[in-house]
Design a protein around this ligand. Structure first.
Ligand code: GLA
Length: 403
């Protein structure tokens, strides 16, 4: 009897442990860098090392960025004779393990890319049918993050395919962030919490304020088309499971003001903050935006609530995000291409978030108003908020109760 009970218990434990993602990872939105937006498949060992060095030297690691993620293009075109994936021998002559070790030696974590289909989007070997073997290899290399794409997945069920890889990662025993990248086609926000730690919500981002560029079967989207398309799925995001608005285009060609808005909005939306620019040649302004700790603190707030659009009358949009301890973040965005004077009376604009059931109590409490880009205190909510917001620029604030 005792033996039967022990076996039953073991089976139960196996079933339980094989059906989970790594817990306690990504309790706040993951922060890192990904190679795709700037380099495509043109990646190699030197680049990874330079980027890892820049992470530390430019203060990005201190600001909270942690994961260095190699996207598509790292593999050789064929698996080896044992069907293991192989790093491209020309791009990575010392193999992938030595690259991972280097990244770890800088105090950073390492992420890698593959795809649920038979081939990746760029035509390299996909994981379909090799999920457990690939997961084991990543764990042996010391991988900490897997971005898992959705090309060449004919007849695959999305939830099932991501579940298989989730279980394969879990079976390795290594805590690995699982980043689902199926572009929102199968509404991953409805099932992603169980499967992974973050999920892309749209097709690929492109470095523009408000454009959509068609590529036949799919379109890439600028910053505002992405935000507008997915502003209403906020209830699905939270600690351990995030709506991923895509790798950022900060530093990739928009104006500095637009980059400020982009970074502010990804922070307000509690999106993972994954840089996508060439850190080696980044301008002072770009690094200043990316290392803005006051903005990052809004993104990393432990409640993990995605901001909502409080008002979008005229050219100014006001986005609001409840924070821990009764604090609030606001982003006043000038959507127009001319500077606008602001004259905002807090008392006249009641703020209530129905989703989190939190309100800004400006009539019972006084809040200190902190400008997160100029790093100045702007007074109290008792007085009107005045100032000028430049074209396509943002005034990002944190409101802190004074008593
Ligand atoms: C898809 C993803 C991108 C990138 C490329 C790589 O388009 O959405 O983020 O990973 O594949 O081929």
């Amino acid at each position: 009897m005792k033996k039967v009970l022990t076996i039953a218990l073991m089976v139960l434990v196996c079933v339980w442990t094989s059906a989970q993602k790594a817990d306690d990872l990504a309790l706040t939105p993951p922060m890192g860098w990904n190679s795709w937006n700037t380099f495509g498949t043109n990646i190699n060992e030197h680049l990874v090392k330079d980027i890892a060095d820049a992470f530390v030297d430019l203060g990005l690691k201190d600001a909270g960025f942690e994961y260095l993620v190699l996207d598509d293009g790292w593999m050789a075109m064929e698996r080896d004779e044992n069907y293991n994936l192989v790093a491209d021998p020309v791009k990575f002559p010392n193999g992938m393990k030595s690259v991972v070790d280097y990244v770890h030696s800088k105090g950073l974590k390492f992420g890698i890319y593959n795809c649920a289909g038979s081939k990746t989007c760029a035509g390299y070997p996909g994981s379909r049918g090799f999920e457990y073997q690939d997961a084991k290899l990543y764990a042996e290399w010391g991988v900490d993050f897997l971005k898992y794409d959705w090309c060449n997945t004919e007849n695959l069920n999305a939830k099932g395919a991501y579940q298989t890889m989730r279980d394969a990662l879990h079976a390795t025993g290594r805590p690995i962030i699982f980043s689902i990248c199926e572009w929102g086609d199968n509404e991953p926000w409805k099932w992603g919490e169980e499967m992974g730690h973050m999920w892309r919500v749209t097709g690929d981002i492109i470095n523009c304020w408000d454009c959509t560029v068609g590529h036949g079967t799919w379109s890439s989207l600028g910053v505002w088309p992405i935000i507008k398309l997915r502003k209403d799925i906020r209830k699905h995001t939270g600690p351990g499971h995030w709506n991923d608005f895509d790798m950022m285009e900060v530093g990739n060609g928009m104006t500095v003001a637009e980059d400020r808005v982009h970074f502010a909005m990804w922070s307000m939306l509690a999106s993972p903050l994954i840089m996508g620019n060439d850190l080696r040649s980044a301008s002072k302004e770009t690094i200043e935006i990316l290392t803005n700790k006051e903005v990052i603190e809004v993104n990393q707030d432990k409640l993990g609530i995605q901001a909502y659009c409080h008002s979008d009358e005229g050219d100014i949009e006001i986005w609001a995000k409840p924070l821990n301890d009764g604090e609030w973040a606001f982003a006043f965005i000038n959507m127009s291409d001319k500077a606008i004077d602001l004259n905002h009376d807090w008392a006249w604009h009641p703020v209530k978030d129905d989703l989190s059931n939190r309100s800004l109590e400006v009539n019972n409490k006084v809040y200190k108003v902190r400008d997160l880009y100029s790093h100045k205190d702007l007074g109290l909510t008792k007085t009107k908020l005045k100032g000028t917001i430049g074209a396509h620029d943002v005034l990002m604030l944190r409101l802190i109760p004074t008593e």
